[in-house]
Design a protein around this ligand. Structure first.
Ligand code: FES
Ligand code: FES
Length: 173
């Protein structure tokens, strides 16, 4: 480790990534560049748009507002960790697809993870609670109506097991 870098070890989707990074490295850049998981998008990089939303120890956070150093020793879940297999959508993704809860898809990873955090915490949210949970996720395409509807349908259809499931590996890179 050089004096200008720090050693961080972050569990991303069940796989620990241990690397030296500059102290200023943002979690979103760690995820995309060190972990190679580009499903987490960058937009504003100022905490406004929500494109970079991931789960940090189960809580939805904007990964452009967290330093990689702050996440060392913690568990991150990105959109790649949502489906249990590369060939099969997670039921929440299926509902968003069926209910047309996306258009270009740029905001969708963040929207899905914010929605998952909401539904894990509150399996039967009303529309106001859904809107509140997603107020930090900006979508330029959909007008939000179908996103809100998709979360409502997911709340009706998804089981607790489906909400808690995620891909899991235990490799260290
Ligand atoms: S890129 Fe993080 S909130 Fe916009
Ligand atoms: S679907 Fe295009 S930004 Fe949300």
């Amino acid at each position: 480790m050089s004096p200008t870098t720090i050693d961080v070890a972050i569990n991303v989707n069940g796989e620990t990534h241990q690397v030296d990074v500059e102290p200023r490295t943002l979690l979103v850049h760690f995820i995309r560049e060190q972990a190679g998981l580009t499903g987490t998008h960058t937009g504003c990089e100022t905490g406004q748009c929500g494109a970079c939303t991931v789960l940090l120890d189960g809580h939805a956070v904007k990964s452009c507002m967290v330093l990689a150093a702050q996440a060392t020793g913690h568990e991150v879940m990105t959109i790649e960790g949502l489906a249990t297999s590369a060939d099969e959508l997670h039921p929440l993704q299926t509902v968003f697809w069926e209910e047309h809860g996306l258009q270009c898809g740029y905001c969708t990873p963040g929207v899905l993870l914010s929605s998952l955090a909401l539904l894990r915490d509150n399996p039967s949210p009303d529309d106001q609670q859904i809107r509140h949970a997603l107020e930090g996720n900006i979508c330029r395409c959909t007008g939000y109506h179908n996103i809100i509807n998709a979360v409502r349908v997911a709340a009706e259809q998804l089981t607790p097991d489906q909400l808690s499931a995620q891909a899991a590996t235990s490799e260290v890179r």
